[in-house]
Design a protein around this ligand. Structure first.
Ligand code: URA
Length: 235
Protein backbone atom coordinates (compact mmCIF):
# COMPACT_ATOMS: atom_id res chain seq x y z
CA UNK A 1 0.00 0.00 0.00
CA UNK A 2 1.29 3.49 -0.82
CA UNK A 3 2.44 5.48 2.17
CA UNK A 4 -0.05 8.34 1.67
CA UNK A 5 -2.90 5.82 1.35
CA UNK A 6 -1.79 4.12 4.56
CA UNK A 7 -1.72 7.50 6.32
CA UNK A 8 -5.19 8.40 5.08
CA UNK A 9 -6.51 4.99 6.19
CA UNK A 10 -5.00 5.56 9.60
CA UNK A 11 -6.94 8.82 9.83
CA UNK A 12 -3.81 11.00 9.93
CA UNK A 13 -4.94 13.34 7.14
CA UNK A 14 -6.31 13.30 3.60
CA UNK A 15 -4.09 11.70 0.99
CA UNK A 16 -3.16 15.10 -0.42
CA UNK A 17 -2.24 16.46 3.01
CA UNK A 18 -0.33 13.25 3.78
CA UNK A 19 1.72 13.79 0.64
CA UNK A 20 2.69 17.20 1.95
CA UNK A 21 3.74 15.72 5.29
CA UNK A 22 5.82 13.11 3.48
CA UNK A 23 7.52 15.76 1.32
CA UNK A 24 8.23 17.82 4.44
CA UNK A 25 10.14 14.90 5.99
CA UNK A 26 7.70 14.41 8.85
CA UNK A 27 6.97 10.78 8.11
CA UNK A 28 9.04 7.82 9.22
CA UNK A 29 8.70 4.19 8.21
CA UNK A 30 10.34 1.98 10.82
CA UNK A 31 13.66 3.76 11.42
CA UNK A 32 13.89 5.84 8.25
CA UNK A 33 12.38 9.16 7.26
CA UNK A 34 10.70 8.66 3.89
CA UNK A 35 10.20 11.57 1.50
CA UNK A 36 9.37 9.54 -1.60
CA UNK A 37 5.66 9.89 -2.41
CA UNK A 38 5.05 6.51 -4.03
CA UNK A 39 6.81 4.61 -1.22
CA UNK A 40 5.16 1.26 -0.60
CA UNK A 41 4.58 0.08 2.94
CA UNK A 42 3.75 -3.40 4.05
CA UNK A 43 0.69 -2.74 6.19
CA UNK A 44 1.24 -5.95 8.15
CA UNK A 45 4.88 -5.42 9.03
CA UNK A 46 5.96 -1.80 8.69
CA UNK A 47 5.55 0.78 11.44
CA UNK A 48 4.62 4.24 10.23
CA UNK A 49 5.04 7.44 12.25
CA UNK A 50 4.00 11.06 11.69
CA UNK A 51 6.06 13.41 13.86
CA UNK A 52 6.99 10.36 15.95
CA UNK A 53 3.37 9.44 16.57
CA UNK A 54 2.63 5.86 15.47
CA UNK A 55 -0.11 5.57 12.85
CA UNK A 56 -2.10 2.37 12.87
CA UNK A 57 -4.71 1.04 10.52
CA UNK A 58 -7.16 -1.62 11.53
CA UNK A 59 -6.59 -4.85 9.71
CA UNK A 60 -9.16 -7.58 9.69
CA UNK A 61 -8.06 -11.01 10.84
CA UNK A 62 -7.77 -13.72 8.24
CA UNK A 63 -9.40 -17.11 8.40
CA UNK A 64 -8.51 -19.86 5.96
CA UNK A 65 -9.46 -23.49 5.78
CA UNK A 66 -7.19 -25.97 4.07
CA UNK A 67 -7.89 -29.51 2.95
CA UNK A 68 -4.70 -30.96 4.39
CA UNK A 69 -3.03 -33.61 2.25
CA UNK A 70 -1.28 -36.66 3.67
CA UNK A 71 2.39 -36.26 4.58
CA UNK A 72 2.05 -32.62 5.63
CA UNK A 73 2.56 -31.72 9.27
CA UNK A 74 0.06 -29.44 10.92
CA UNK A 75 2.41 -27.55 13.21
CA UNK A 76 3.62 -24.18 11.98
CA UNK A 77 7.23 -25.12 12.65
CA UNK A 78 8.57 -28.61 12.52
CA UNK A 79 11.87 -29.74 14.01
CA UNK A 80 12.52 -31.97 11.02
CA UNK A 81 11.74 -29.13 8.61
CA UNK A 82 9.03 -31.04 6.79
CA UNK A 83 6.42 -29.18 4.74
CA UNK A 84 3.75 -27.85 7.04
CA UNK A 85 0.23 -26.59 6.51
CA UNK A 86 1.27 -22.92 6.57
CA UNK A 87 3.66 -23.58 3.65
CA UNK A 88 0.64 -24.45 1.52
CA UNK A 89 -1.01 -21.05 1.98
CA UNK A 90 0.13 -18.21 -0.24
CA UNK A 91 -0.32 -15.26 2.09
CA UNK A 92 1.96 -12.53 3.47
CA UNK A 93 0.49 -12.72 6.98
CA UNK A 94 1.52 -14.84 9.91
CA UNK A 95 -1.24 -17.33 10.42
CA UNK A 96 -1.28 -20.41 12.59
CA UNK A 97 -3.13 -23.71 12.47
CA UNK A 98 -5.82 -24.17 15.10
CA UNK A 99 -5.25 -27.58 16.66
CA UNK A 100 -3.62 -30.50 14.95
CA UNK A 101 -4.20 -33.27 12.51
CA UNK A 102 -1.83 -36.23 12.38
CA UNK A 103 0.60 -36.31 9.46
CA UNK A 104 -1.41 -39.11 7.81
CA UNK A 105 -4.83 -37.52 8.45
CA UNK A 106 -6.36 -35.46 5.66
CA UNK A 107 -9.12 -32.89 5.70
CA UNK A 108 -10.20 -29.61 7.12
CA UNK A 109 -7.85 -27.50 9.22
CA UNK A 110 -8.41 -23.87 10.13
CA UNK A 111 -5.59 -21.32 10.02
CA UNK A 112 -5.92 -17.82 11.41
CA UNK A 113 -4.18 -14.93 13.11
CA UNK A 114 -7.16 -14.42 15.43
CA UNK A 115 -5.91 -15.41 18.88
CA UNK A 116 -9.36 -15.12 20.49
CA UNK A 117 -10.94 -17.57 18.07
CA UNK A 118 -7.96 -19.91 18.43
CA UNK A 119 -8.27 -19.89 22.22
CA UNK A 120 -12.00 -20.48 22.06
CA UNK A 121 -11.67 -23.44 19.74
CA UNK A 122 -8.78 -24.96 21.65
CA UNK A 123 -10.22 -24.53 25.12
CA UNK A 124 -10.86 -27.97 26.65
CA UNK A 125 -14.29 -26.97 27.96
CA UNK A 126 -15.53 -25.95 24.53
CA UNK A 127 -17.63 -28.47 22.78
CA UNK A 128 -17.19 -27.57 19.16
CA UNK A 129 -18.01 -30.82 17.38
CA UNK A 130 -15.52 -32.13 14.86
CA UNK A 131 -16.60 -34.75 12.39
CA UNK A 132 -14.30 -37.31 10.81
CA UNK A 133 -14.76 -40.04 8.26
CA UNK A 134 -12.73 -43.03 9.39
CA UNK A 135 -11.97 -46.18 7.45
CA UNK A 136 -11.42 -48.86 10.07
CA UNK A 137 -10.44 -52.52 9.99
CA UNK A 138 -13.45 -54.84 10.02
CA UNK A 139 -16.95 -53.75 10.97
CA UNK A 140 -17.50 -52.84 14.62
CA UNK A 141 -20.46 -54.44 16.36
CA UNK A 142 -23.17 -52.38 18.00
CA UNK A 143 -21.85 -53.05 21.51
CA UNK A 144 -18.39 -51.86 20.44
CA UNK A 145 -19.76 -48.66 18.95
CA UNK A 146 -21.83 -48.18 22.09
CA UNK A 147 -18.60 -48.09 24.09
CA UNK A 148 -17.51 -45.10 22.02
CA UNK A 149 -20.97 -43.55 22.40
CA UNK A 150 -20.71 -43.80 26.17
CA UNK A 151 -17.10 -42.56 26.22
CA UNK A 152 -14.10 -44.88 26.48
CA UNK A 153 -11.11 -44.87 28.75
CA UNK A 154 -7.72 -45.36 27.08
CA UNK A 155 -4.88 -45.56 29.57
CA UNK A 156 -5.35 -42.57 31.84
CA UNK A 157 -7.40 -40.70 29.27
CA UNK A 158 -11.18 -40.72 29.35
CA UNK A 159 -12.71 -39.66 26.08
CA UNK A 160 -16.08 -37.93 26.09
CA UNK A 161 -19.04 -39.61 24.36
CA UNK A 162 -18.81 -39.57 20.58
CA UNK A 163 -21.43 -39.91 17.88
CA UNK A 164 -20.60 -42.81 15.59
CA UNK A 165 -22.41 -44.24 12.62
CA UNK A 166 -21.43 -46.91 10.10
CA UNK A 167 -21.79 -45.45 6.62
CA UNK A 168 -20.59 -48.48 4.63
CA UNK A 169 -19.38 -51.92 5.43
CA UNK A 170 -17.09 -54.04 3.21
CA UNK A 171 -15.51 -57.48 3.68
CA UNK A 172 -12.32 -56.16 5.25
CA UNK A 173 -13.18 -52.72 6.50
CA UNK A 174 -15.90 -50.18 7.06
CA UNK A 175 -16.42 -46.47 6.73
CA UNK A 176 -17.61 -44.70 9.82
CA UNK A 177 -18.68 -41.16 10.60
CA UNK A 178 -17.34 -40.04 13.98
CA UNK A 179 -18.13 -36.79 15.75
CA UNK A 180 -16.07 -35.85 18.79
CA UNK A 181 -16.42 -32.87 21.08
CA UNK A 182 -12.83 -32.53 22.17
CA UNK A 183 -9.52 -32.70 20.37
CA UNK A 184 -7.12 -34.84 22.28
CA UNK A 185 -4.01 -36.14 20.50
CA UNK A 186 -4.73 -39.12 18.23
CA UNK A 187 -8.18 -39.34 19.77
CA UNK A 188 -10.07 -41.05 16.96
CA UNK A 189 -7.28 -43.56 16.35
CA UNK A 190 -7.04 -44.39 20.05
CA UNK A 191 -10.80 -44.80 20.35
CA UNK A 192 -10.97 -47.34 17.53
CA UNK A 193 -7.82 -49.11 18.66
CA UNK A 194 -9.53 -49.60 21.99
CA UNK A 195 -12.41 -51.49 20.35
CA UNK A 196 -9.97 -53.49 18.17
CA UNK A 197 -10.86 -51.85 14.87
CA UNK A 198 -7.77 -49.77 14.07
CA UNK A 199 -8.12 -46.75 11.82
CA UNK A 200 -6.67 -47.24 8.33
CA UNK A 201 -7.58 -43.85 6.97
CA UNK A 202 -8.85 -40.66 8.57
CA UNK A 203 -10.33 -37.50 7.09
CA UNK A 204 -11.86 -34.57 8.97
CA UNK A 205 -14.85 -33.08 7.21
CA UNK A 206 -16.09 -30.38 9.58
CA UNK A 207 -15.23 -28.16 12.52
CA UNK A 208 -18.52 -27.01 13.99
CA UNK A 209 -20.48 -25.38 11.19
CA UNK A 210 -17.43 -25.06 8.97
CA UNK A 211 -17.40 -27.76 6.38
CA UNK A 212 -14.84 -29.07 3.96
CA UNK A 213 -17.48 -29.26 1.22
CA UNK A 214 -15.98 -29.67 -2.22
CA UNK A 215 -12.57 -28.24 -1.32
CA UNK A 216 -9.98 -30.32 -3.16
CA UNK A 217 -7.09 -31.87 -1.35
CA UNK A 218 -4.21 -29.37 -1.01
CA UNK A 219 -6.52 -26.42 -1.74
CA UNK A 220 -7.67 -23.73 0.64
CA UNK A 221 -10.35 -21.09 0.81
CA UNK A 222 -11.12 -18.02 2.89
CA UNK A 223 -14.04 -18.34 5.28
CA UNK A 224 -17.31 -16.63 4.41
CA UNK A 225 -18.66 -13.76 6.52
CA UNK A 226 -21.21 -16.14 8.02
CA UNK A 227 -18.54 -18.64 9.01
CA UNK A 228 -16.43 -15.91 10.61
CA UNK A 229 -19.36 -14.59 12.61
CA UNK A 230 -20.16 -18.15 13.70
CA UNK A 231 -16.60 -18.48 15.06
CA UNK A 232 -16.74 -15.11 16.78
CA UNK A 233 -20.03 -15.96 18.45
CA UNK A 234 -18.72 -19.16 20.01
CA UNK A 235 -18.80 -18.78 23.77
N1 URA B 1 -7.82 -38.11 15.86
C1 URA B 1 -6.74 -38.76 15.40
O1 URA B 1 -6.48 -39.88 15.80
N2 URA B 1 -5.96 -38.18 14.51
C2 URA B 1 -6.20 -36.93 14.01
O2 URA B 1 -5.45 -36.46 13.17
C3 URA B 1 -7.32 -36.25 14.48
C4 URA B 1 -8.11 -36.86 15.42
Amino acid sequence: MRLQKYMAHAGAASRRKSEEYIAEGRVRVNDEIVTELGYKVDEYKDRVYLDDKRLKISIDNVYVVLNKPMGIVSTASDEKDRTNVVDLIDINRRIYPVGRLDIDTTGIILLTDDGDVTNKLMHPSKEVPKTYIATVEGTPKKNELDMLRRGVKVGREKFAPAEVKILKSFDDDSIISVTIHEGKNHQVKLMFEKINHPVKKLRRISIGEIELGGLEIGNYRYLTKEEISYLKKLK
